[in-house]
Design a protein around this ligand. Sequence first.
Ligand SMILES: [Zn+2]
Length: 166
Amino acid sequence: MQISPNKVISISYRLTLDNGELADEATAEHPLMFIHGIGQTLEAFDDKLHGLETGAEFQFSLTPDEGYGTSSPEMVIDISRSIFNGPEVPKDLLELGNMVPMQDQDGRPMNGIVLAVDDQNVRMDFNHPLADQNLHFTGTIISIREATDEEKDHGHVHGPGGHHHH
Ligand SMILES: [Zn+2]
């Protein structure tokens, strides 16, 4: 069986950056499982795996345009410190370098990295942590199967290695 859209793929992989730093990995014991061709991973990542068979090894690099984009100064934003004053807010939330889960105006989740804090404002960087990076992937195709109708419907993998909800 070859990888094509709506197949459930299980892979082990390593993602490294230009400086050799390991940015992410999935081992054969705890592989990454996803449905191919539906936007669960980067589109260019899906494209590079297309047509590979079980057991195949892969090695490719993605540019920032194919990956997580280029960083933009407009994504560094000063936010009023007052919104972090609730009783439920952990004391160490605003430590420099922390990644804080936030929402945009439309309620979509975004992560902000704390760059600076003063009495009035918290400066946060909402650029993707892997923006501006070339992404170097190596890995192995562990298994390929058809997605079930329910998985296609939900847009994610069920069963071992997948979602366990409902
Ligand atoms: Zn589901």
